[in-house]
Design a protein around this ligand. Structure first.
Ligand code: NAP
Length: 250
């Protein structure tokens, strides 16, 4: 079940805490991957680790998502390298937290550019070849805070809520062409992004999670692998919340 054998996938932010686990989950199910990120060195060592650990002939494509021209080149470069694109996983994301009153224009703009605008550009670019193939899977990583809000994250929450609205609109436009578009919304996941939180804050967060712990990257990887599979054919425009019960959103 959930075989991705013969499929190709582009994963952004593939060397990050969650992205690397998404990449491993897709590779284990048989997909061939284009791993993307802005740091070529980090990507190369992750690709080597992936090829050694799981096998497969995965490739890396460096792309700075804050540069719109580079973003426009990413899907064509993936197709040039892998021959086709079945699955797009928009995972890369940044935070630039600050209270609203202190938030700088650059903090707003950087988060919007990387978390929202680049996702739009990649979905638009992927749509054409996927429509031709009459098959495609787009999975975008949003966040629980896109649904609940979070103090200090007005920019991030807006971008993540934006991504879910964008996904629902896109899903309606492309459903008849065999393309699904969904989001996965992690709660708090143990990664470099959350490792920087002070211990007291992590403890307070764990107390808000019915399962009593932060999630792991693998928890997100399995959700993405499922939504990427043929078995998820009738699921589109949805957000799958993976948060240990921290927010029960219907
Ligand atoms: P992470 O470990 O910091 O990884 C972020 C990834 O994004 C890195 O691979 C990084 O690649 C890439 N990235 C950042 N800026 C980029 C740029 N300008 N161009 C291209 N790539 C860029 O973060 P994470 O925790 O794995 O987060 C992954 C996703 O999950 C994000 O969308 C995040 O918002 C979401 N999320 C995380 C949590 C959590 O608890 N960790 C919760 C909810 C949602 P380079 O280093 O190569 O640039």
């Amino acid at each position: 079940m959930f075989s991705l054998e013969g499929m190709t996938a582009l994963v952004t932010g593939a060397s990050g805490g969650i992205g690397s686990e998404i990449a491993k989950a897709l590779a284990r199910q048989g997909a061939r991957l284009a791993l993307s990120g802005s740091n070529g060195g980090k990507l190369r060592s992750f690709r080597e680790e992936l090829n050694d650990e799981i096998g497969g002939d995965h490739v890396e494509i460096t792309c700075d998502l804050s540069n719109s021209e580079s973003v426009e080149e990413l899907v064509p470069a993936t197709i040039d390298t892998l021959g086709k694109l079945d699955i797009l996983v928009n995972n890369a994301g940044i935070t630039r937290d600050n209270l609203a009153m202190r938030m700088k224009d650059e903090e707003w703009e950087q988060v919007m550019t990387i978390n929202l605008e680049s996702t739009f550009r990649l979905m638009r670019a992927a749509a054409r070849p996927m429509m031709k193939a009459r098959f495609g899977r787009i999975v975008t990583i949003t966040s629980v805070v896109g649904a609940t809000g979070n103090p200090g994250q007005m920019n991030y929450a807006a971008a993540k809520a934006g991504v879910t609205g964008m996904t629902k609109s896109f899903a309606q436009e492309v459903a008849s062409r065999g393309i699904t578009a969904n989001c996965v919304a992690p709660g708090f996941i143990r990664t470099p992004m959350t490792d920087v939180l002070p211990d007291a804050q992590k403890e307070a967060l764990n107390q808000r999670i019915p399962m009593g712990r932060m999630g792991e990257g693998e928890d997100i990887g399995s959700a993405v692998a499922f939504l990427s599979s043929r078995e998820a054919d009738y699921i589109t425009g949805q957000t799958l919340h993976v948060n240990g019960g921290m927010a029960m959103i219907s």
